[in-house]
Design a protein around this ligand. Structure first.
Ligand code: PEP
Ligand code: MN
Length: 361
């Protein structure tokens, strides 16, 4: 449930409500919005619900208490109407600008990474990606250079000024990856690794959470809820394709997920057409599609010589193809920005539609 405070509620009144919630063994999370403070009540409320609603509603400074049926709370638009904006070094994600994350699938050598980093930076990328620990389907495939790759990534950041994003595959790697990287990536295969989600929720680094290829949008939001409720509000979501019966593409890029997520959550949404399609020539049209439906950014894999890549050779763009993509996406983004409306209107729509305007049919 959410406790919505009155517009002029005092700090003492907010504190009063929070201590009442704590005394019930529940956890309060407050968000100071443009108009009023909203306090989410998180925990196992159970049969106490009606009594608790009445008690909280009667407290000074409380405007109303709204029971929320959605399982995710802190990541929902009801809790926070304004978009979450993630800032890391000079990059800003979710402020209406276009975030471009680019770099190799795997860091293969210092030279390969630097050549890619310099080229994507010059073309306008805002964040450098590169896998150090790789989740490979085959145990015999290249598993990544590990800590050596993290060092190259940190050097590439010093060289280009671009923040770096790289995947953390298990809890034991969180500290070392957070030491080198600016953004931690939780991959599709780990979207429901709950202990990892809690552990990345405890570090002071933004986290990009990729949608599992068999995960619903609600499961993605519940996974994000683990991270945010563990203390880390800087979560970025990534649609990277889901598995369907189609075999011509590696996955099926769920473009509807982008406006849906923007409707349901305040977190920024990135699309990854590289893993979604698995084919180099499909990356550009799907990147355009992602930007057109309102994505806050795009992640693409780029390699100086994709055909010799140690992983995902078929889907990595050449440096020239990345430059071409950037030239195309800029005007598309300029054209569509503003067409998707004010996020606060989406929150208002949620309020009036009750179920968020969504139905299963
Ligand atoms: C990646 O981005 O390097 C990756 C492995 O992606 P995903 O987790 O989406 O498969
Ligand atoms: Mn890859």
């Amino acid at each position: 449930m959410f406790v919505v405070m009155t517009v002029g509620a005092s700090e003492a009144e907010v504190l009063g409500v929070k201590s009442r919630i704590l005394s019930e063994g529940l956890t309060p999370f407050d968000h100071v919005g443009a108009e009023h403070t909203v306090i989410a009540v998180v925990g196992e409320i159970g049969a106490r619900k009606p009594v608790l609603i009445d008690r909280l509603a009667a407290m000074p400074g409380v405007d109303r208490v709204t029971p929320i049926s959605r399982p995710y709370k802190l990541t929902s638009r009801e809790f926070r109407a304004e978009d979450t904006v993630v800032r890391v070094l000079d990059a800003v994600i979710g402020d209406g600008g276009l975030t471009m994350m680019a770099g190799p699938c795997s860091v293969e050598s210092r030279d390969q990474l630097f050549e890619t980093a310099d080229a994507v930076k010059a073309a306008g990328a805002t964040i450098l990606r590169g896998g150090a620990f790789k989740p490979r389907t085959s145990p015999y495939a290249f598993q990544g250079l590990g800590v050596e790759a993290l060092r190259y990534l940190a050097e590439a950041r010093d060289r280009t000024g671009l923040p770096i994003i790289t995947e953390v595959m298990e809890s034991a790697q969180v500290d070392i990856v957070a030491e080198y990287a600016d953004i931690l990536q939780v991959g599709a295969r780990n979207m429901q690794n709950y202990s990892l989600l809690r552990d990345v929720g405890r570090v002071a680094r933004p986290v990009m959470l990729k949608r599992g290829f068999g995960a619903t949008i609600e499961e993605l939001l519940m996974a994000a809820e683990y991270i945010v409720s563990s203390g880390n509000p800087n979560v970025i979501l990534c649609e990277r394709g889901i598995r369907t019966f189609e075999t011509y593409t590696r996955n099926t890029m769920d473009l509807a997920a982008v406006p849906l997520l923007h409707h349901l959550t305040h977190l920024p949404v990135i699309v990854d057409p590289s893993h979604a399609t698995g084919k180099r020539w499909l990356v550009k049209p799907l990147a355009i599609g992602g930007v057109a439906v309102g994505a806050d950014g795009v992640m693409v894999e780029v390699h100086p010589t994709p055909d010799t890549a140690l992983s995902d050779a078929e889907q990595q763009l050449t440096l020239d193809q990345f430059r071409d993509l950037m030239e195309t996406l800029g005007p598309v983004h300029e054209h569509v920005r503003g067409l998707h409306g004010d996020p606060k209107d989406r929150a208002a729509a949620l309020g009036s539609a009750g179920s968020g305007g969504l139905s299963k049919h």
